[in-house]
Design a protein around this ligand. Structure first.
Ligand code: ES4
Ligand code: ZN
Length: 324
């Protein structure tokens, strides 16, 4: 199975680029930029990667993102992730970025976008990896801040494939962002939202109905509501599930308790993704292998995760056919 999963072509639809910042690069960039760190060593930083919920992770993740300052930093971060994609046979990846975090740190929107985009072009040229960028609003900030971010993104319309919503789910439900999501759809962007990760299944309904999203990120709490599961099945709404992330953030006690294969059996469009691989347990291969081994999934069934991810991607139909 290990050899099969390693070689299996993969598609990733839920990956935060800031969540690919490995401790080694974090330290190197911090030193270069003169950012002082509250950790003495790479080992001490790694030791801090023990989380009991989403917020305890986000606190460290936003702190880590503070070392990123220059266009080259964003290029290097993204290029290192794409090298990993190449090693792991990821053919296509749709990447979240959080411009508001960086703008709060005094980094311009253009610096972030141009650095990431240049690496994506290089990944396409060197390895043929296709990609798309998804601008995420931070849900712990105001809708006014999201609207201002959307305004700044408009000149880069062609470099962004969709708009999403991430950060602290509890206390910041989807309906807080109805207006900005309407504006994003008006501008021609499809939308996605993190919902039902550690927040209630009602957030999945609100993302579908109030934000009119095309995909749900995580969505695992849908199992609490059988009518919702039936709706997700009928509409074949993709869920971008992140198994190792869910265990690290204690959404499930351990992988054997995860509902991913139950949701597959119920006929939902379930994909496997890595979320924040530098912090939360591993990249695509590690996530797929953990699922295969924990649930004794056949090779044919594992290949269907890639097939569903192709279908669920924002690629044009003719490019999906090339991947199939
Ligand atoms: C995130 Cl795992 C997760 N959930 C919500 N927001 C996020 N941002 C980065 N990782
Ligand atoms: Zn996520």
């Amino acid at each position: 199975m290990k050899g099969f999963i390693s070689g299996l072509p993969k598609v990733e639809l839920h990956l935060h680029i800031e969540g690919t910042l490995e401790p080694e690069m974090l330290f190197t960039i911090a030193q270069k930029n003169g950012v002082t760190l509250p950790f003495e060593s790479i080992a001490a930083l790694r030791d801090a990667y023990q989380f009991n919920d989403l917020q305890s992770f986000l606190d460290l993740y936003y702190w880590g993102a503070k070392v990123l300052r220059t266009e080259q930093d964003f290029y290097d971060l993204t290029f290192a992730y794409l090298e990993r994609c190449h090693d792991e046979h990821v053919m296509h990846t749709e990447i979240f970025f959080d411009p508001q975090s960086h703008m709060q740190n005094g980094v311009a929107f253009a610096t972030v976008l141009n650095g990431i985009d240049r690496a994506l072009q290089e990944g396409k040229a060197q390895w043929g990896i296709s990609s798309g960028l998804i601008l995420c609003f931070l849900r712990h900030l105001s809708e006014a801040s999201a609207i201002e971010t959307l305004r700044q993104a408009l000149p880069y319309k062609e470099k962004i494939i969709a708009v999403g919503l991430d950060s602290s789910e509890i206390g910041h439900p989807p309906e807080k962002f109805v207006q900005v999501f309407a504006m994003a759809r008006e501008a021609g962007w499809p939308t996605v939202a993190h919902a039902g990760e550690e927040g209630p299944s009602e957030n999945i309904w609100r993302a579908l109905e109030d934000l009119q999203v095309s995909r749900i990120d995580h969505g695992v709490r849908c199992s609490d509501d059988s009518a919702l599961v039936e709706t997700l099945r009928q509409r074949y709404v993709p869920l971008t599930v992140c198994p190792l992330s869910n265990v690290k953030l204690q959404v499930f006690d351990d992988l054997s308790q995860h509902n991913i294969m139950q949701l597959v059996e119920q006929g939902l469009c379930i994909t496997i993704n890595s979320d924040d691989p530098a912090y939360l347990g591993g990249y695509m291969t590690a996530n797929m292998l953990a699922v295969a081994e924990t649930f004794d999934v056949s090779k044919a069934e594992m290949a269907r995760f890639t097939e569903r991810a192709i279908t669920a991607s924002f690629l044009p139909e003719e490019e999906k056919d090339v991947l199939r």
